[in-house]
Design a protein around this ligand. Sequence first.
Ligand code: ADP
Ligand code: ADP
Length: 228
Amino acid sequence: APIIQIDHLSKRYAGGTTALDDVSLSIEAGEILALLGPNGAGKTTLISIICGLVTPTQGTVRVGGHDIATDWRAARRMIGLVPQEIALEPFETVANSVRFTRGLYGAPPDEPHIEQVLRSLALWDKRDAPTKTLSGGMKRRVLIAKALSHKPQVLFLDEPTAGVDVQLRREMWQVVRELRASGVTIILTTHYLEEAEEMADRIGVIDRGKLLLVRPKDQLMGEFGRKQ
Ligand code: ADP
Ligand code: ADP
């Protein structure tokens, strides 16, 4: 069974914008899926619904078989979200910031896991540093560490490299590749075709609220090639 099953999902915001229009999608455990589309396509709305931050107008989402509308607590325990905006408490230490997020998910303390997450993101040496002293790349890795704090099976990254320079973009690509080895399912949004190509196994193209197609990366490149 897919780890995420989305059926006929639509979202119409108050004000009238149709941000999602009848989107259906299955996501398999262990894959990296990129949602590729221009600004305003509906990417953030889609992951915000799956993560329980936005209520859909129509349709259903199941995470690990749990319907988010009726069984939200069970679904949410399986999910970690790396938001687009860097929002860290500036005077909090790196380790405490990660512990705090784990607590928000209702997970009991697990120092070995906190250590493992910080080491895997090359943050262990910075564990006692206030987050405000970190570089931009380290802050992004702290956001990922927070999202992994409760051992989610699925990790969402919303525009993980928006507004970052080329070097940091490559660093983020490397981090995502390493995460895959840990078995976590990854869904990321991007408006860069190159980024989707670099990171994903499958690419879903989304535009004006519609999921136009979902293809294995190599196949998508082939189709684009033929059209040109
Ligand atoms: P993307 O992440 O692909 O840039 P979004 O999901 O953020 O797209 O936005 C999709 C559409 O929904 C856009 O037209 C956007 O302006 C609109 N939208 C997003 N959030 C809201 C909101 N809270 N209220 C009203 N309209 C919104
Ligand atoms: P800088 O020295 O880089 O200006 P700041 O202390 O302004 O550092 O902020 C460090 C990081 O913490 C920034 O990414 C900022 O977005 C975030 N931040 C600043 N103030 C707050 C706050 N009150 N709550 C949450 N995050 C904050």
